[in-house]
Design a protein around this ligand. Structure first.
Ligand SMILES: *Cc1c(COP(=O)(O)O)cnc(C)c1O
Length: 380
């Protein structure tokens, strides 16, 4: 019965909604993958079946993001926060100074910079912590992206770190600068793209490393993706665990030790689903339409408000505050009754947050906007 019932719309920031078609295929293949008599969970990570699953997932991800051949694609564990330590352990030693500069644009990049301090000389390249006047409008803390032209990048820094989509604040930034133009030609850009990878085309070449926890826009928690320029491999600090040394993992095709096999399998199904949808360009078109639907409505009313500077509003994570905080509990209760799930905002921002990742159909956003209108009508 459950199988034929329409599922609710799930706006969780992560772990997040997956394409229904993928869940159905995984269910159908749960006990017996392609007639081999085993579940993917029961296979050796060195056997021919899993090798095929893993290699296809990598090839499909490469195709989707147009990853050049001189970049390795790694399937790791440890999540986004794990990468906050793993990335410095691999890259801060690229240059003698063991220095790294961080762009602070919200909760996640602040966390990244704190973790990196254990591994070297970390400085702030730019920060959005202070309220600022932009285009004649006062922008509050963490509601804008510091202008790259004003980033202070030390020429001796091994890398500059950026979070290209701040999942909590709802700030997205994809116009990645050329660090040579900022006076640091040997410094590489590292990007935490956890919450918007595959939602739009990305210029992989602009970065030396792009990483992402899978549970936002790719697949199950437990898998972390790293896309890293091969010329940066092999420079890990001696304290870096072998299983997290990008060079070692790359040499072993992500099977140095047992990778999160089932999560890789589901991610692979999501990649095939994305290709069927038309790839990341088609996803971008859909995501632009979904985001516009929600932001246009929010901007049209005084009842709801999104504080983020318009050019860097996230297409994936849309925080919105109700005019009266006392209505939050009632909003969430009625939303759940309307089968709109997990809309509670992060405690640091308050209000609501609608995460509208690739797997959220536009019907879900329409249902949310219709609900918000009705709630405004009855409580405004
Ligand atoms: C969710 C998230 C993380 C944290 O990921 P974990 O897998 O929980 O460690 C890191 N960065 C960003 C941008 C995120 O959205």
């Amino acid at each position: 019965m459950v199988a034929t019932m329409k599922r609710p719309h799930n706006f969780s920031a992560g772990p997040a909604v997956l394409p229904e078609a993928v869940l159905r295929q995984a269910a159908a293949e749960m006990l017996d993958w392609h007639g081999c008599g085993m579940s993917v969970m029961e296979m050796s990570h060195r056997g021919k079946q899993f090798e095929q699953i893993c290699d296809e997932a990598e090839a499909d991800l490469r195709e989707l993001l147009s990853v050049p051949d001189d970049y390795a694609v790694l399937f790791l564990q440890g999540g986004g926060l794990g990468e906050n330590a793993i990335a410095p352990m691999n890259l801060i030693g690229l240059r003698e100074a063991h220095a790294a500069d961080y762009v602070l644009s919200g909760s996640w990049s602040v966390k990244s910079s704190k973790e990196a301090k254990r591994y070297g000389d970390v400085a702030v390249a730019a920060s959005a912590e202070q309220a600022m006047d932009i285009d004649g409008k006062q922008q509050g803390a963490w509601t804008y992206m510091p202008d790259p032209a004003a980033w202070k990048v030390r020429p001796q820094a091994s890398y500059v770190h950026l979070c290209s989509n701040e999942t909590i604040g709802g700030v997205e930034f994809t116009d990645w600068p050329d660090l040579a133009a900022l006076g640091a030609p040997e410094t590489v850009l590292t990007v935490d793209a956890s919450s918007h990878i595959l939602s739009r085309p990305m210029d992989v070449r602009r970065a030396g490393l792009i990483y992402a926890g899978a549970q936002k826009n790719i697949g199950p928690a437990g898998l972390t993706i790293a896309i890293v320029r091969r010329s940066l491999l092999g420079k890990a600090l001696p304290i870096c665990p072998s299983a997290f040394d990008y060079g070692i993992v790359a040499e072993n095709d992500s099977r140095f030790n047992t990778p999160p096999t089932y999560a890789i399998y589901i991610a692979g199904l999501v990649f095939k689903w994305l290709k069927q949808q038309g790839g990341v360009a088609a996803m971008e078109t859909a995501n632009v339409a979904k985001a516009a639907l929600l932001y246009d409505y929010i901007d049209s009313t005084g009842f709801y408000r999104n504080p983020v500077h318009r050019p860097v509003r996230s297409r994936m994570n849309v925080p919105f505050i109700l005019r009266d905080d006392a209505l939050n509990a009632e909003f969430l209760k009625q939303a759940e009754q309307a089968r709109l799930l997990q809309l509670k905002g992060h405690k640091s921002v308050g209000g609501m947050r609608a995460s509208i990742y690739n797997a959220m159909p536009i019907e879900g956003v329409r249902a949310l906007v219709d609900f918000m209108k009705e709630f405004e009508r009855s409580h405004g």
